[in-house]
Design a protein around this ligand. Structure first.
Ligand SMILES: Cc1cc2nc3c(=O)[nH]c(=O)nc-3n(C[C@H](O)[C@H](O)[C@H](O)COP(=O)(O)OP(=O)(O)OC[C@H]3O[C@@H](n4cnc5c(N)ncnc54)[C@H](O)[C@@H]3O)c2cc1C
Length: 389
């Protein structure tokens, strides 16, 4: 990347712009309206339109669903500078991400670091093509913030493990094809007795039960394992060293969640809301927009450092905290500017209560991927080095 000169990057930018212009369907240049409107891929996914399917197919064929992954695993093999240019050109066109996937934002980076060649060839390629949808089996009824207290247990049965236990808050478990899951393979040490395994959600003994949320949606489930057979070649990293893989993945999850601070909207909130009559509210919106710009600049720097392997290990916690607080503020302001109409729940006029439901959804932002209190604890200890933290 360092050797790529400006001329070759300019050529790349021109070619990328022309390709996107020719291949991104008009419908895929409109913002994603809701989680359901995004393309999640996987065996059970029903495309919302031919344009959505075409866009995924065209981007995946170039490896551009995961532009910076190696091409032998279905990626685009682009340098960091080229990846940034691609993202800039997509943003300039308003092009949607062709694929939203826990495989891309969470599991993929962990496999690239800890996976075997055989695992990477199989799973990374399937992720890049959007063939397999993943869910995350970390939290348990007695293990959330204290994740290493997890109790899902395994028995060693030679070439496979037999897994028994329960997970909770498993986002989209009922729609996912496979799960990346933390299990206990030894009770001798809390952290060094955990392993990171992958298995098919259609394996015998796996069942899920949806949990209904305050927003009226039900994006996550309780997940039960009853004598589930997991072949040992689906263990990622070493047995009993899954905590290292889990933490590495959490860093990437927090990076992904921090991105919510940018709200997927290129325009300033003031521009999105249009005229705001109330001068106090107008000042709050202006303050928000200044903070959002600062966050965007900080985010860009953080992602550059992360990709170059130079980010402070506690940075994802800082960014996750800042990004999720910002996203909560954004939706408070949208609801405030919408007045009582924005609290309406069901009508077509309110697009099914979009403002209210989106606002309620943000309440989970400071819990998912580790709560704000936990992130602040990490920042206090590892960045500020506060005594007693
Ligand atoms: C929208 C959403 C999606 C999620 N998706 C998934 C998923 O796909 N897979 C998955 O495995 N999990 C998922 N989770 C679960 C999430 O990771 C946990 O909810 C989170 O880690 C907190 O754990 P807990 O709910 O058990 O709360 P607890 O750990 O019981 O925490 C309760 C309260 O105590 C505070 N607290 C706890 N310990 C400390 C401490 N040491 N210092 C200060 N305060 C503390 C917490 O901040 C919190 O306010 C999701 C959660 C949400 C909200």
């Amino acid at each position: 990347m360092a050797n790529q000169d400006c001329d070759s990057l300019d050529i790349f930018r021109g070619e990328t712009r022309a390709w996107l212009e020719a291949n991104c369907p008009a419908e895929m240049r409109l913002p994603v309206r809701s989680e359901k409107d995004a393309c999640w891929g996987g065996r059970k996914f029903a495309f919302q339109s031919p344009a959505q399917k075409q866009w995924l197919g065209s981007m995946a064929a170039r490896g551009w669903t995961v532009p910076d992954w190696p091409s032998e695993y279905g990626g685009g093999g682009l340098s960091a500078a080229e990846t940034k240019i691609l993202k800039e050109e997509m943003a300039a066109l308003g092009a949607r991400s062709p694929l939203t996937s826990f495989g891309i934002s969470m599991l993929g980076p962990a496999l690239l670091k800890y996976g075997t060649e055989a695992q990477n060839k199989r799973f990374l390629s399937e992720i890049a093509l959007g063939q397999i949808r993943w869910c995350q089996g970390y939290s348990e009824p007695g293990a959330g913030s204290d994740l290493a207290g997890l109790q899902t247990r395994t028995e060693d049965a030679g070439d496979h493990y037999v897994v028994n236990g329960q997970k909770v808050w498993t986002s989209y478990a009922d729609e996912a094809d496979w799960i990346f899951c933390l299990v206990r393979t030894s009770s001798e040490s809390k952290h060094q007795g955990i392993s990171f395994v992958l298995f098919d959600m259609e394996s015998e003994g796996v069942s899920t039960r949806p949990i209904l949320l305050i927003s009226g949606n039900s994006p996550f489930c309780e997940t039960f394992f009853d004598d589930v057979k997991v072949p040992k070649n689906q263990l990622v990293g070493e047995e009993n060293r899954g905590w290292d893989v889990a933490k590495y993945l959490l860093g990437h999850e927090r990076e992904m969640i921090s991105g919510m601070g940018l709200g997927g909207e290129k325009r300033a909130l003031g521009a999105v809301l249009g005229g705001v009559d109330d001068p106090l509210l107008r000042a709050d919106v202006a303050n928000f927009d200044v903070d959002a710009l600062a966050f965007a600049a900080m985010s860009e720097r953080f992602i550059d450092q992360l990709k170059a392997g130079e980010a402070h290990p506690a940075f994802p916690s800082m960014m996750k905290y800042a990004g999720t607080e910002l996203n909560k503020r954004r939706h408070e302001l949208i609801v405030a500017a919408g007045g009582s109409d924005a609290l309406e729940w069901d009508s077509d006029r309110s697009k099914g209560g979009k403002a209210a439901r989106d606002w309620l959804r943000t309440k989970g932002n400071s819990i998912e991927g580790g709560t704000s209190e936990i992130q602040l604890g990490i920042v206090a200890k590892h960045i500020l080095r506060l005594p007693g933290a």
